[in-house]
Write a protein that binds this ligand. Structure first.
Ligand code: NDP
Ligand code: HSE
Length: 428
């Protein structure tokens, strides 16, 4: 049996677990797959820090490029994260004819079509199942099982850290900072957790999902992105009063003028399947013209599930190296092709601090009417100085919703537009 030499860049949450599985379970992996996989080189940043994983026969180095130079390394795994040196490593490994497995959504989102073209030119695969949804199989279903399907919309919870925080806050068991610290301790968060809470990580995953679902790779900067940092306890109260749950959603849809990818907090009815997705679990809905609605759910972050997804790609690529199967990367998509977020229909929920006097509601209704936004629900709390209004609109374009809010801010009777949050899954 030919042994396949594995080189791994990064031995943190994901890489460390992967090394443990490959070294400690080597015989079990061979028994399950018929492959002998040996970790031969591991690249780290800090060579002095003690490590808990068993490196087996591996040589430890500080320079990721040594994985490419080492002729005993047949296949390279990139789990360091970030754009560089990860990008240079991936390109160099592919150009050297070594299949690459990566979990790096930031890199794949930013340079996917270019890297897939390098892989195609070199005749070796670039695989990234772990880059979206952690342990959930989603890349292969999209690119293989659903290759013939016309997909119109992909919507989901694709960041475990933020879903963990939102779940803890909604349960009332934790504040934002405590929940984020716990998500970091559990290995869910990115090396810089700002990428999680700002929605950047979910945006990268949205770009990848859109690229694979629609064949259009929009720029990361074309994604409309809002994180969870500005959500307040009052927003959670508002959600509960409406019978909704707050989630950070990534939504990619085919619109008449192109593909629109957006990431933002949203109120989801408590009866919606996404409302039941708690903690670091992720869930992705795919709407196709023939299959209807598909839901993929499971552990979206953390060392064990993510390392398993990486290992699946490693096994696939190793089989390809041995000629046992043809392993192909996802097809490259065309770049550009982003549609207008402004003309995308969305539904909004607003909390307004208002004067409680005759005619105020009429002024507010007129502001919505003039912007072309129809009101679905109005609920008043309190009276006099302390009155507040909870309003939910019907669907209207983003630009119309924003124009209505702009008009409300100019009304003397509206003391404050305290909160605006989109609503998803409420109207067909
Ligand atoms: P960690 O921060 O835990 O680990 C990163 C590893 O990369 C560390 O071992 C670090 O070395 C090493 N490293 C960083 N920079 C360099 C460099 N320049 N040269 C050599 N080694 C370097 O990150 P994670 O394991 O959490 O994430 C890794 C990748 O997996 C990221 O792309 C992330 O987005 C992705 N991912 C993570 C998931 C998760 O749940 N954590 C889930 C899905 C994907 P050192 O230990 O010496 O600091
Ligand atoms: N930081 C990411 C998350 C890891 O929380 O979802 C999984 O991609």
């Amino acid at each position: 049996m030919r042994t396949i030499g594995i080189g791994i860049a990064g031995a943190g949450t994901v890489g460390g677990t992967l090394i443990d599985r490959l070294v400690a379970d080597r015989a079990a992996v061979t028994a399950r797959t018929g492959l002998d996989l040996e970790v031969r080189r591991v690249a780290l940043r800090d060579l002095d820090r003690p490590r808990s994983f068993d490196k087996g026969a591996a040589v430890i180095s500080g320079d990721v490029m040594e994985l490419v130079a080492d002729s005993r390394v047949d296949l390279v795994v990139e789990v360091i994260g970030g754009l560089e040196p990860a990008g240079s490593l991936v390109v160099a490994a592919l150009e050297a004819g070594k299949p690459v497995v990566t979990a790096n959504k930031e890199l794949v989102a930013a340079r996917g079509p270019e890297l897939l073209a390098v892989a195609a030119g070199a005749g070796v695969p670039l695989l990234f199942e772990a880059a979206v949804g952690g342990g959930i199989p989603i890349i292969r279903p999209l690119t293989e099982t659903l290759a013939g399907e016309r997909i119109d919309r992909v919507m989901g919870i694709v960041n475990g850290t933020t879903n963990f925080i939102l779940t803890a806050m909604a349960d009332g068991g934790s504040d934002y900072a405590t929940a984020l610290a716990e998500a970091q301790r559990l290995g869910y968060a990115e090396p810089d957790p700002a990428a999680d809470v700002s929605g950047a990580d979910a945006a990268a995953k949205g770009v990848i999902l859109a690229g694979l679902a629609f064949g259009v790779w929009v720029g990361v900067d074309d994604v409309h992105r809002e994180g969870i940092e500005r959500l307040s306890p009052a927003d959670f109260e508002m959600a509960a009063r409406l019978g909704h749950v707050l989630k950070l959603l990534a939504i990619a849809e085919r619109r008449p003028d192109g593909v629109v990818v957006r990431v933002h907090p949203a109120l989801v009815p408590a009866t919606h399947p996404l409302a039941a997705i708690r903690g670091a679990t992720n869930a992705i809905f795919i709407e196709g013209s023939s299959v209807g609605e598909l839901l993929f759910a499971g552990p979206g972050a953390g060392g064990e599930p993510t390392a398993m997804a990486v290992l699946g790609d490693v096994i696939d690529a190793a089989r390809g190296l041995l000629g046992g199967s043809v392993v192909v990367s996802p097809a490259p998509a065309a770049t550009g092709g982003a549609g207008s977020f402004d003309s995308t229909p969305t539904q909004w929920c607003l909390r307004l601090e208002v004067e409680d006097s005759p005619g105020v509601l009429a002024q507010i209704a007129a502001a919505f009417g003039e912007a072309g936004v129809s009101i679905k629900l109005v609920r008043q709390d309190g009276r006099g100085e302390g009155a507040s209004l909870l309003m939910v609109t019907h669907g209207a374009t983003e630009v119309a919703q924003r124009s209505a809010v702009g008009a409300l801010r100019r009304l003397h009777a509206v003391r404050e537009v305290a909160s605006t949050i989109r609503v998803e899954g409420d109207e067909a």
